[in-house]
Design a protein around this ligand. Structure first.
Ligand code: MCN
Ligand code: FES
Ligand code: FES
Length: 917
């Protein structure tokens, strides 16, 4: 132990600490300065950055024993407080810099250190500074953060006022379409937005800390679990195994498709006799401290007999592969596509035909905040679970029977959440927290480290697609055939749905009336498949947007114009036979065309023998909703102080609070209410069921339900003369104050498993991607140097939000194309080795061209936006690589070594005939 004097945020403090403890732990756990966030605990992400004696330092990497006596330490709590903000914090809010907010304190501290050194940096200096200080953000694509620093610096230099950088409402007071600041922004930029790990530190005394005993192999039989030694370890309260789980001990995947050969009960809460994947939870240790729990977890002895591990669709489909879930075939669901005429003769008589196979990887989500949560039994005997769930009502239904609870004895609430990008569409630790709280009768908390977070959460499902695409003499598409498998890992939840997505989006965007296809959902022993932004569409577009590029070349046509003449037109239907709700793709291409011509010229001018530059094109489309007649609910209540809106629009970081507020305010504006008078009560199973925040559905579905509830209230408040009753008048007149709004996509239908035909979504989002890349010939390194995109997501509800969604989604598309993967369980175990893009990997030069075509079914004409930018940025980048250096890549990530090998092979091919001659 050591007593050390520090000056923290201008105040002299003394702290007694273990010299080996990290500064981050001392700040967070001993001084309760939880504005300092710990995400990687390994110096990779910068979320824990504080300033020590004017230098930005990653406090997770700094031992307190190495901090000089009397050092001046500034944390986010010392930068500015709610109501008294620093210009950097204000600029962060006005530029939508805090989406989920988990990286925000670290970035603000880093920016403060920079601006204290250099009050007038260039954009490139800011980007280099962030890169050097390893500041990672998974949400924003970095551009808004650089914008924020530039504005803050201008304010600090006295060249701009705070008022000048603040967003303005419209003249009529409406905030629709403005960059109004989200309600949670101030808490995020001051470090007072408590995430799950912060809440864990604030749980009452007596809260048990949990650690998991996890499988160390991907497939095996459990012969015995011995907990005796662990139970005798210091501080241990209980070791919980499957025997302690009172219900069915399984999470139900709520099988949605009747043809699924599984029963949807294949995922144990705690493994009993089989391990299905690496990391599977076998036991939970509950102890007085996290260290004690983790130490004891190592002492639980699990006797395992290893089984062959099937780590890909190919392996699990091999004829000699055993069934991963005995009684259910590894290929447990088949999706067909039958649209229009027989494709065989059409393809046989095509003028040009492409026949290729593409593979889209097991992309990791790389949300920065490790999974975490708490649970307790409340005073009414209701098990209450706090977690990062983005589907509180959905998860309630999925875990309730497994825990053996009546539905009214379980409540789920979402904690402030540091990004999910879809992994939390599946329950992760909810049932484990619940089982532990029930077995011990005490409050519990569980916080994964980043290794657990990466290795034991769901991933994007890899898809291998064979696609055949043909066209006639005029270059008009004639027919498409597809044959694919989707590796969904061991657990079936939503595996059929994401398999269907391939049928819905492969070839989408084009007048393509004749399609045949067949796809399989395959169980493997790799990471379980979970939702990931774009859900299913990146796999589909990798196939069709690569194929169409090659077809254009075969026809000797420009890939832009070849696409253009084949786009959806008046008499086209989607691959599922649905009439598109709006026709916007031709305009999106028209907007991009001059930029494309400029880009081609620039690429030709700037290419050298060493560095080749190229431009690529791809289109992406995604539906808003969960297929078929999906619905949502919300509630509006008039109170003494204003209006309270209740819904369960779970927030990953995308801005559910602001979406709700904007919709409600726009409706209620005639009453004179201000945004500040609208309170939000969200994301609790005790409130309305709005469905999960996935499938970019919330803006359309929960936005509409919120609009409907607010309209019902407005109608009730309206007097005969057109003015509005006050709260007091409503009470005096005996008019109800609470209104429940509901919205259903009534015209939608489910798609058939045999034909893939149906009208699944009421609204779609459309985007065209145009990256420019540089390929270094010697190394195969690719850099995206510029990105232009044209987007139609209907009416924009909040401009800063939509910009932020696009920038952030494009950054993930760049990662998917070039670096991100989760394949190798030895290598892909931390953010950096999984290939997360740093600022240097994302261009600052990103241009978004908007078309705002109102959607008939969207609230105020809006579609969703979240998933659009991650639909097809990656095939556009692969197409740009081809344009730059003539090398076609059919799988992602396109790592430098793959491109280098292909370049060498191409050079050898080109040389060979000359040598022969
Ligand atoms: N919006 C808008 N105008 C539009 C469309 C949308 O202002 N025309 C706003 C909405 O009000 C909302 C946001 O954009 O604040 C996204 O809306 P929507 O596309 O409906 O998506 P959801 O609210 O249903 O959010 C989920 C979606 C998905 S599926 C994933 S995955 C995702 C995403 O959004 N994960 C994210 N964006 C994310 N952003 C962050 N920062 N972190 C994640 O984990
Ligand atoms: Fe410290 Fe990531 S760098 S938590
Ligand atoms: Fe940066 Fe979410 S806002 S990680």
């Amino acid at each position: 132990m050591k007593r050390i004097q520090l000056n923290v945020n201008g105040v002299d403090r003394w702290v007694v600490a273990e010299p080996q403890a990290s500064l981050a732990d001392v700040l967070r756990k001993q001084m309760m300065l939880t504005g300092c966030k710990v995400c990687c605990d390994d110096g990779q992400c910068g979320s824990c950055t504080v300033i020590i004696d004017d230098k930005p330092i990653r406090s997770c990497n700094k031992k307190i024993g190495d901090v000089r006596e009397g050092a001046r330490i500034t944390t986010i709590e010392g930068v500015g407080t709610p109501g008294n903000l620093h210009p950097i914090q204000i600029a962060w809010m006005t530029h939508g810099g805090a989406q989920c907010g988990i990286c925000t304190s670290g970035f603000i501290m880093s920016s403060k250190a920079l601006l204290e050194k250099n009050i007038n940096p260039t954009r490139e200096e800011v980007r280099k500074w962030f890169n050097r200080n390893r500041n990672l953000c998974r949400c924003t694509g970095y551009k808004p953060l650089v914008d924020a620093v530039m504005d803050a610096a201008a304010v600090m230099r006295g060249e701009k006022t705070v008022a000048q950088i603040m967003p303005k409402p419209k003249e009529d007071g409406s905030i629709l379409g403005t960059s109004h600041i989200r309600p949670s922004a101030e808490a995020k930029v001051t470090g007072t937005w408590d995430f799950g790990a912060d809440i864990a530190l604030r749980m009452p005394e007596g809260t048990l800390r949990l650690a998991l005993v996890q499988a160390e192999i991907p497939h095996g039989l459990i012969k015995g679990i011995n907990t005796a030694e662990a139970e005798a370890m210091p501080g241990v309260e209980k070791v919980i195994t499957w025997k302690d789980v009172k219900g069915r001990n399984a999470i139900t995947g709520l099988i949605t498709f009747p043809d699924n050969k599984g029963d949807g009960w294949d995922r144990p809460i705690l493994c009993k006799d089989k391990i299905f994947q690496f990391g599977d939870a076998i036991a939970i240790v509950a102890a007085d401290t996290e260290d004690h729990a983790r130490a004891a977890a190592k002492k639980v002895k699990v006797d395992v007999e290893a089984l062959p591990a099937y780590m890909s669709g190919f392996a699990a489909l091999a004829p000699d592969a055993i069934e991963i879930h005995p009684g259910t075939p590894n290929a447990y669901y088949e999706q067909g596509v039958v649209k229009g005429e027989d494709t065989k003769p059409l393809l046989a008589s095509s003028s040009a035909l492409v026949d290729i196979t593409t593979y889209c990887s097991r992309q990791p989500h790389l949300h920065l905040e490790p999974d975490c949560g708490e649970a307790y039994v409340d005073e009414d005997g209701v098990l209450t679970i706090l977690s990062k769930s983005i589907g509180v009502h959905l998860h309630h239904a999925m875990i309730c029977p497994g825990l053996g609870l009546e539905p009214d004895k379980l409540r789920l609430i979402q904690n402030p959440t540091g990004g999910t990008f879809g992994y939390k569409f599946s329950p992760t630790m909810e049932a484990l927290l619940g089982a532990a709280a029930l077995a011990t009768g005490k409050p519990v908390s569980l916080v994964y480290d980043q290794y657990q977070n990466i290795t034991y959460t769901g991933k994007r499902s890899p898809v291998n697609i064979n696609i055949k695409l043909g066209c006639d003499d005029n270059g008009k598409l004639t027919a498409m055939e597809t044959d694919w498998w989707l590796d969904h890992g061991p657990y079936s939840e939503f595996g059929d749905l994401v398999t269907l997505r391939q049928a819905q989006f492969t070839g989408a965007g084009y007048h393509l009336e004749n399609i045949r296809g067949k796809g399989l959902t395959v169980a493997t022993n790799h990471a379980w498949g979970s939702a990931f932004r774009g859900y299913g569409s990146p796999q589909a577009f990798l196939a069709s947007e690569t194929a169409i590029d090659i077809l254009a070349e075969k026809m000797g046509e420009d890939p832009f114009e070849f696409r253009y003449k084949n786009l959806y037109s008046e008499n086209s239907t989607t691959p599922t036979g649905q009439k598109p709700e709006v026709l916007v793709l031709p305009q999106l291409f028209d907007m991009l065309r001059p930029k494309y011509e400029e880009a081609k010229k620039r690429c030709a001018e700037l290419s050298t023998d060493e560095v080749k530059r190229g431009v690529g094109i791809a289109l992406g489309i995604y539906g808003c909703g969960l297929d078929g007649p999906d619905s949502s609910n919300a509630r509006a209540e008039l109170t003494k102080d204003g209006v309270t809106i209740y819904n369960a629009w779970e927030d990953h970081g995308q801005g559910a609070d602001l979406g709700t507020l904007t919709m409600a305010h726009e409706v209620l504006r005639p009453t004179g209410i201000t945004p500040e008078q609208i309170s939000l009560v969200m994301n609790d199973t005790n409130g309305p069921n709005s469905g999960p925040a996935g499938g970019s559905r919330s803006n359309v579905f929960t936005g509409n339900a919120t609009r409907v509830a607010a309209e019902m209230l407005l109608n009730a408040m309206r007097k005969e003369d057109g003015s509005y009753r006050t709260y007091e008048e409503m009470v005096a007149d005996g008019i109800p104050l609470v209104y429940d709004g509901n919205w259903v996509a009534a015209a939608c239908t489910d798609c058939s498993s045999e034909t893939g035909q149906g009208d699944p979504f009421p609204v779609y989002m459309y985007e065209v991607f145009m990256p420019e890349v540089e390929v270094e010939v010697e190394t195969g390194e690719v850099k995206v140097v510029k990105f232009t995109t044209s987007v139609d997501v209907g009416t924009i509800i909040n401009k800063a939000t939509v910009d932020g969604q696009i920038y952030g989604g494009l950054a993930q598309g760049i990662g998917l194309a070039l670096s991100e993967d989760f394949e190798d369980l030895e290598l892909h175990t931390n953010l950096m080795d999984c290939g997360i893009p740093y600022p240097k990997d994302i261009p600052d030069d990103i241009e978004i061209l908007y078309l705002e075509t109102p959607r008939p079914d969207g609230p105020f004409g809006a579609a969703g936006v979240g998933e659009a930018p991650l639909t097809a940025a990656h095939p556009a980048i692969l197409n740009a690589i081809y344009n730059a250096c003539g090398v076609r890549i059919f799988r992602v990530p396109a790592l430098p070594e793959i491109i280098r090998t292909e370049l060498e092979a191409k050079a050898a091919r080109e040389k060979a005939p000359k040598e022969l001659a």
